[in-house]
Design a protein around this ligand. Sequence first.
Ligand SMILES: [Zn+2]
Length: 288
Amino acid sequence: MANFYTILGVQKNSSTETIKKSYRRLAIKYHPDKNHGDAAAEEKFKEINEAHQTLIDPDKRREYDHQISPPPPRRAARRRPQTRDFVDIMRNKGMGGNSLFRKWGYKFKGTHIRKRIKLTLEDISKGTKIEVSYRCNTICPDCLRFSAATMFDTCETCLGSQVISTDKKMKFTVRKGAGQNEEMTLRGAGHQDFPGGPAGDLVLIIDILPHDTWTKRGSDCLIREIVKEKQLVRGDNIKIDTPMGWVKFIVPPGTNNGQTFRLTGKGFYDLQTNGHGDALIIVELNNW
Ligand SMILES: [Zn+2]
């Protein structure tokens, strides 16, 4: 996990006053009011607040310091590892408590990152390529370079946590016909929390935005088509936008308000059948 001192850009021995000052400066910079819709800034703002809350409280700070600088490895290693240590450390993971594992050289897999991504039904109908920005724990490059020295001296880059928070970008291809809450996994693109241990995965969860006229139901597409009374009574030739593109559609004379018509194979791609679902046209009277 990220190092609170690094996040706030202060030293491990900085005074509470210095921490508060640095926090105010960063909080202004990353405040949501100034960064509308910027997910990275929002994430950063959360981190800053979490770090600040811990470091300005003397008790919490002492506890945190203890976690990021555990007792010397030689003394600790002589004890047989106990289950309680493992449980305690895992519980404190969010506070950087897993640094004990790092110092002892355990090879544990990093944490997975789960992130929701918003897509339109147009994206889903054709498939799309997206680029995702996210923050990720990686092993401190300076610790890798001087690994022997950092066992005993505190590294200035990561302040001994051996992990730093990095901005990353990844490209993903969203398959056509993907469903709501469908997950896409990029192995090894998640957090790397332990030197020598494999990174976790980056998991993207699809969140489909509401559409003006389309609703995805399985591979079928429900399409609301608003018409005038005249068109219901006399019928009409119209064009309808479907997941398979624009299609000609005949509104038969004497159509009822709310009547549904099925256009076979004009829905979304279906992975199971390697075909397409249907478009269900719901003809609705424009009441205003
Ligand atoms: Zn380092």
